[in-house]
Ligand binder design. Structure first.
Ligand SMILES: NC(=O)c1ccc[n+]([C@@H]2O[C@H](COP(=O)([O-])OP(=O)(O)OC[C@H]3O[C@@H](n4cnc5c(N)ncnc54)[C@H](OP(=O)(O)O)[C@@H]3O)[C@@H](O)[C@H]2O)c1
Length: 326
């Protein structure tokens, strides 16, 4: 089978190769899954570079998210059928044609979820769902602020928040994103660095901002802390800028602001597979009824993965997907 692999950690364009490797066979109690579509995510770059919180042994298959179809059952597997869509077993890499997993560890994708949405459903939408439901107890009418609002997490937050009656202030770096994000349900979309922090009281009619979602860091994170209401919480779940966030002492003291972190991998490990399935089932409900839809920017076969990486690094609103060539 074909797999996109790396034999050393480094820049994806330097270290990734499409290679022919043996396809796995399902052992007793396991199934084999054929990849239908896989996602490109920022964490893939961290894993390929060797800088992520969890790394694979080398040589490693890259990628960690995708959807597949069960194409073979090992002995003594019950409750699963050939042809069912499931989360592609991505622990050992998702950018490959086949992978095997214990039947007990599979996550089913319900019928009615579109293929491209299913491929993107296992990391960013559940993260968005947890950010909105598991950090502070939000209720309808509450206000939140987020940066990187055109990211997959960002657009999922906008759409899920709208369904939950939560209002959003959304930061972006490009003006052309303002209208598309409003169309997805954003209440306000503002440009980073535009002095937007002075306008939040008018945006919320004086209501406090209870939660700030930070996946960037730097000045953007500091601006968010300035606009949080008393006792508000900032959750950091990404660091696209990569620099250290300066500690905004006065807001912690005088506004009792809380700074916390979130990592979906940790949450999944700590809460177990049933809790993960439960979050994903909520995500699938929104996807099936059409109120949650992650935009897609491009689809690429494995043989054109370099073009996919280049597209991923260019300005876009939507995710890039990889497919096996055949
Ligand atoms: N902790 C967790 O469990 C968890 C789970 C999922 C995702 N995440 C994190 O969430 C973030 C979004 O992931 P995603 O897959 O949704 O992203 P994505 O769809 O690939 O979009 C990338 C986003 O990052 C922004 N960005 C890239 N470089 C930037 C920079 N130097 N400064 C400011 N913004 C920059 C882009 O803005 P432009 O369009 O303006 O370039 C875009 O909004 C990432 O940091 C990711 O690691 C964390």
């Amino acid at each position: 089978m074909l797999a996109i692999r790396h034999h050393e950690f480094g820049k994806p364009t330097d270290v990734l190769r499409v290679e022919d490797v043996d396809a796995p066979l399902p052992e007793v109690g396991a199934v084999r899954v054929r990849l239908l579509a896989a996602a490109l995510n920022p964490s893939d770059y961290g894993m390929i570079a060797g800088s992520y919180g969890r790394l694979r042994e080398l040589p490693a298959i890259a990628g960690r998210e995708g959807v597949g179809v069960i194409d073979a059952l090992g002995a003594h597997v019950s409750g699963w059928e050939v042809g069912q869509w499931v989360r592609f077993p991505g622990d050992d890499g998702a950018w490959c044609e086949y992978a095997c997993a214990s039947a007990n560890h599979l996550v089913a994708v319900p019928k009615g979820v579109p293929l491209e949405q299913a491929a993107l459903s296992f990391v960013n939408p559940p993260t968005a769902f947890c950010l909105l439901t598991k950090i502070v107890s939000l209720k309808g009418g509450d206000w939140i602020v987020q940066n990187a609002s055109n990211s997959a997490v960002g657009v999922a937050v906008i759409q899920l928040a709208k369904s939950m009656g939560i209002h959003t202030i959304n930061l972006v770096r490009r003006e052309e994103l303002i209208d598309p994000l409003r169309d997805l349900g954003a209440d306000h979309v503002v440009l980073e660095g535009s002095d937007w922090t002075r306008a939040t009281e008018a945006m919320t009619n004086g209501a406090p901002i209870r939660l700030a979602l930070n996946s960037i860091g730097g000045e953007s994170a500091i601006d968010q802390i300035k606009v949080l209401g008393k006792g508000g919480t900032q959750v950091t779940f990404g660091g696209m800028v990569g620099d250290k966030v300066r500690f905004p002492t006065r807001f912690l003291i005088f506004n009792d602001v809380r700074l916390v972190g979130f990592w979906w991998d940790n949450w999944s490990r700590e809460n177990g597979l049933d809790a993960v399935r439960s979050v994903l089932n909520q995500v699938y409900r929104y996807m099936s009824e059409g109120s949650l839809k992650i935009p897609i920017s491009g689809n690429y076969p494995f043989s054109q993965f370099s073009d996919a990486l280049a597209h991923d690094k260019s300005p876009r609103l939507g995710k890039i997907l990889l497919h096996p060539d055949s």
